[in-house]
Design a protein around this ligand. Structure first.
Ligand code: SF4
Ligand code: FE
Length: 482
């Protein structure tokens, strides 16, 4: 099944049996649980759009590994154009879902592992690359969504992995067998961990030789024995379990984050892509980080497009859209959105062919892109709150609107233009609330800062990537210093 649609994707998950907990209870059928459905709808969009002739060129591509037509989310970049299209695709799916649609780590991790495994084999004589390619062919042929688990829980942040009081605070190898390895630990803030078929697991940072047991990368099915997904809360999440759709603002789509525990999980050798080669452990998160940071230039721009549409429409419904300061603020939101998108595009255009044979983004610009994403949505949020007004935090409920007693007052006193139903205004206000302070604020606000690492991680990457010598020489030349 080289190209699943959304329904086939949902069915494929129904065949899996991940161990999931929410509010202290086990979810026996997570695929059909109201908490989980909106997050799966967001991933399903990446499958459905691949079948839409309008988006075929953006969403699908000919695989360099199988020669078949595949979903772009599983592709190894073969050109600059592939990386440009990745950003455009992310913006498109962001526009259609207004949330984190979760699937990007498949391509962002695979493209990093492609390079690192090739380099390891060349330097160490290992056989990781062929192993990895075999796995990727299966991923592409079966159209799997592969999530990524990198962020260790880290315990005392001032200590290295092997120095922690509890050795499990970074995921590590606890047993080596003839058929494979056994790992234990936990990964935090796991986007889409229940919604994916497989999870790539990799170190969170560079490792030293004392941390050899922590230098491990592999892929495992999401429902492997010993994997436990503990569902994270979002503000307003239980609105998903209420009747009605108005108060949720975005009733169809959400992101998904979990604490993912690995309690003695077995991984066969054929799925292990790094095993105690400490000198390569840091390269995987480093390359993945830069690559994923570029994708944010697409997805967050797409989500911002919806936010701009919502505030513009609301301003029109309130008779405010011709007021100069409102126009000015909306145009500022457009400028900020196009700035992050431009960063994503530039990161692709300045990319190049790697010694491994694939293409890769410009890492420096990828980090700059993410630093802008960590800041500009907050400026957009401030403008959106300003334009929307205090009602953003005080709007009454759909139940009040539909109440036989007070509904007529809600309809009358929340009215804007006479011809616009009050419910339409309410829907926009709740959509903005959902994105800035509700269920999807995790994807838009928190994730803009912390997704693919916090700003400090981008800055430390940048410090390594910037050619300061060149800049100093430029200054010396102009200043006349020999
Ligand atoms: Fe994709 Fe954006 Fe979600 Fe990361 S935050 S998985 S780039 S949609
Ligand atoms: Fe993310």
């Amino acid at each position: 099944m080289a190209l699943m649609n959304g329904e086939q994707y949902r069915d494929s998950l129904r065949k899996m049996k991940p161990l999931v907990y929410f509010l202290g209870e086990r979810l026996t059928n997570p695929v059909d649980h109201p908490m989980v459905i909106p997050s799966q709808n967001a991933v399903a969009m990446t499958y459905d759009l691949a079948h839409d002739p309008q988006y075929e060129d953006l969403m699908t591509v000919t695989s360099s590994l199988t020669g078949g037509k595949i979903n772009r989310f599983g592709h190894i970049y073969q050109s600059i154009d592939d990386m440009v299209k990745k950003v455009k695709m992310a913006r498109l799916v962001g526009q259609k879902t207004c949330t984190c649609f979760q699937r990007c780590p498949t391509m962002d991790t695979a493209n990093s592992l492609f390079i690192v495994t090739k380099e390891m084999d060349k330097k160490l004589g290992t056989h990781y690359h062929e192993r990895f390619l075999k796995f990727m062919r299966e991923v592409q042929e079966k159209d799997y969504y592969v999530g990524v688990a990198m962020t260790d829980v880290k315990g005392d942040r001032s200590l290295r992995p092997h120095e922690q009081a509890d050795p499990d605070l970074y995921l590590h190898v606890v047993e080596e067998r003839k058929e494979g390895i056994v790992v234990r630990g936990a990964k935090a803030n796991q986007t889409g961990s229940i919604n994916c078929h497989y999870t790539f697991v990799a170190p969170t940072a560079a490792m030293k030789k004392e941390d050899r047991d922590y230098a491990v990368a592999f892929a495992v099915p999401t429902d492997s024995e010993g994997m436990i997904h503990i569902y994270g809360r979002n503000p307003g999440d239980t609105r998903k379990m209420e009747k009605g759709t108005v108060d949720l603002g975005n009733a169809r789509f959400s992101s998904q984050e979990t604490l993912l525990v690995f309690d003695n999980v077995f991984v066969p050798w054929e799925r292990v892509f790094l095993f105690k080669e400490v000198e390569f452990a840091g390269q995987i998160p480093f390359l993945f980080g830069a690559n994923h940071r570029q994708t944010y230039g697409g997805c967050k721009a797409g989500v911002s497009d919806v936010l701009i549409g919502a505030v513009k429409l609301l301003a029109e419904y309130n008779g405010l859209d011709k007021i100069p300061h409102i126009r000015d603020k909306i145009i500022d939101m457009v400028r900020l959105t196009e700035t992050i998108y431009s960063c994503g595009l530039a990161t692709a255009v300045e990319g190049e062919k790697t010694p491994a044979g694939s293409y890769f983004i410009n890492q420096l610009l990828g980090n700059v892109c993410k630093l802008n994403v960590a800041a500009l949505p907050f400026e957009m949020a401030r403008l959106a709150v300003d334009i929307t007004g205090g009602v953003l935090g005080t709007m009454v409920s759909e139940k009040d609107l539909k109440s036989p007693e007070v509904g007529k007052y809600v309809e009358k006193y929340f009215k804007g233009l006479p011809e616009v139903p009050t419910e339409h205004k309410m829907r926009l206000i709740y959509l903005i609330q959902n994105l800035l302070f509700g269920v999807n604020s995790v994807g838009y606000m928190v994730e803009s800062v912390h997704g693919a690492g916090p700003p400090a991680a981008q800055k430390s990457s940048l410090y390594r990537l910037v050619n300061f010598e060149q800049k100093k020489n430029l200054a010396k030349n102009i200043a006349g210093i020999e």
